[in-house]
Design a protein around this ligand. Structure first.
Ligand code: FES
Length: 106
């Protein structure tokens, strides 16, 4: 499967996701700007915030209570489709997941 990263200015990049890899790891390994992943994916930083394409939000596993709690701490704009990208892992039942990167991270 693939993940397509869309920057705030509309620039986009689609990358293959290895099985078991998270959206955050895929971004960091490939130098996608705007996703920092400072804690390495242990739900401790919220610098991996993304907006999942609204039409796809219901097709990925729901966030855990811990993820929702951390999402409550972000300083950027939180939306109903906000997720922490370290918690979205391949494989998913979607061929290409689209995530929008926020203007800034927490
Ligand atoms: S990388 Fe830190 S919470 Fe996602």
């Amino acid at each position: 499967m693939h993940v397509k990263f869309v920057q705030p200015d509309g620039a986009a990049a689609a990358l293959a996701m290895e099985s078991g890899a998270s959206v955050m790891i895929t971004a960091v390994r490939n130098g996608i700007r705007g996703i920092d992943g400072e804690c390495g994916g242990c739900l401790d930083c919220a610098t991996c915030h993304v907006y999942v394409e609204e039409s796809q939000y219901g097709n990925i596993p729901a966030p855990t209570a811990d993820e929702l709690e951390l999402l409550g701490t972000i300083t950027g704009l939180r939306r109903p489709n906000s997720r922490l990208s370290c918690q979205i892992k391949a494989p998913l039942a979607i061929d290409t997941l689209v995530v929008h990167i926020p203007e800034s991270q927490a």
